[in-house]
Design a protein around this ligand. Structure first.
Ligand code: ZN
Length: 108
């Protein structure tokens, strides 16, 4: 049996690159543990991509310290919306309930 003690780390890495280049993305992500690492590492990028593909989004309402005002940032124009009077809402605001503000990409 061949003894592999003489293979250098750099050599191994170069050859590993060669092997990876012959594989499809599906084959790579099917390797045990790889999908889980990528999922965790790229979580924010995936969520941003999902957000940018949506025409309707709900946003958690943030209550101020007194519990008086209910605020949320519009995901489309990043304006802060305050549930005090209707005129404080940006054009993307659609409706709200106890937990969320709802925004449409195309304002009215
Ligand atoms: Zn808006």
């Amino acid at each position: 049996m061949v003894n592999y003690d003489d293979i250098k780390d750099e050599e191994f890495d170069d050859l590993l690159d060669d092997v990876l280049n012959t594989m499809s993305m599906h084959e790579i992500t099917s390797i045990s543990g790889v999908y889980e690492i990528l999922k965790e590492e790229l979580n924010n990028e995936v969520l941003e991509l999902w957000e940018s593909s949506q025409d309707y989004l709900k946003v958690d309402i943030v209550h101020d310290v007194t519990g008086g005002y209910q605020e949320a940032e519009c995901p489309f124009c990043e304006e802060t919306n305050i549930n005090a009077v209707e005129s404080d809402m940006c054009e993307h605001f659609d409706k709200m309930d106890d937990k969320y503000f709802y925004f449409k990409r195309e304002g009215e």
